[in-house]
Write a new protein. Structure first.
Length: 274
């Protein structure tokens, strides 16, 4: 599931045609200062509550919908789509993806659940109330994370790009490169759209980044490296499997809180951002 992309951002400064070399130097420095990319501003969190999480759930997508928490998991032969009540207890119908499908990110748009697959190029569409499969769409790239704004679905592929796509046929409407002060940020994974910003996990890292969907710039960063310890978990899932990383962001509007977890983590942690 790893795709490494190394891209640099070039900074081009056009100096004025001035015979005074000192003025040229000043103009160049001013231009460089004016176009410098600001570092993301750190956001802090406060834990509100800790819930148990199924340690067999290789979390790929997580979201709140109609007071239900819906989770999509991965791994071939083990990928499922299921829902939990407001106390995060599983209930109702569970969808098991048959081989060879590897489940990935999910979102709910216009009463339908969309579920990506990793390498199989299939996007499954379900009725969000009944969980009945109603369509299968094609996606030409790997599928990683999925969310939406008011008009488009937003897809990550493990690269530094986010793709805004048509919910009807998954045709690409816009491609957005995501970057910080050092260059383009690859390994974008699970996504959540909140109040005009895109929250994203970075595969293999303990940071959640906040992305401006108009420019692609990472404006904020949330350091979750101590999240498990603060939630009183007495072991590190990475000691069991290097793939058991932070992954899963679900925003609950009614409480203005975020539910965070990881692949096969023992907990889902509800936090409020400060």
């Amino acid at each position: 599931m790893k795709k490494y992309v190394v891209v640099g951002i070039g900074l081009f400064v056009i100096a004025c045609n001035n015979t005074d070399s000192s003025n040229n130097a000043t103009s160049s420095n001013d231009a460089a200062g004016n176009t410098a990319i600001a570092a993301p501003i750190a956001l802090n969190y406060a834990i509100q509550k800790v819930y148990p999480h199924d340690t067999s759930a290789y979390t790929q997508g997580l979201l709140w919908y109609n007071n239900r928490l819906i989770e999509g998991t991965g791994l071939r032969g083990k990928s499922v789509l299921y829902q939990m009540d407001d106390q995060l207890k599983p209930f109702g119908k569970k969808i098991n993806l048959e081989l060879p499908y590897f489940g990935e990110g999910i979102t709910v748009f216009d009463g339908k659940i969309y579920q990506l697959t990793w390498e199989e190029h299939a996007v499954f569409v379900y009725d969000a109330t009944t969980f009945k499969k109603i369509n299968t769409l094609n996606w030409p790239y790997e599928g990683w994370g999925l969310t939406h704004n008011d008009t488009s679905l937003i897809v990550s592929t493990g690269s530094s790009n986010l793709y805004f796509v048509n919910p009807t046929d998954f045709s690409i409407q816009k491609t957005l490169g995501v970057y910080n002060e050092y260059g383009y940020q690859s390994m974008l994974n699970e996504l959540e759209y909140v109040d005009g910003k895109i929250f994203a996990n970075i595969y293999g890292q303990n940071d959640i980044v906040v992305i401006d969907p108009n420019t692609g710039r990472i404006t904020n960063k949330i350091d979750c490296s101590n999240l498990l310890a603060q939630a009183k978990v007495n072991y590190n899932p990475l000691t069991i499997d290097a793939g058991f990383v932070l992954n899963g962001i679900a925003y609950k509007k009614s409480t203005n809180t975020y539910f965070l977890t990881g692949k096969c983590w023992p907990v889902i942690v509800e936090v409020k951002l400060n």
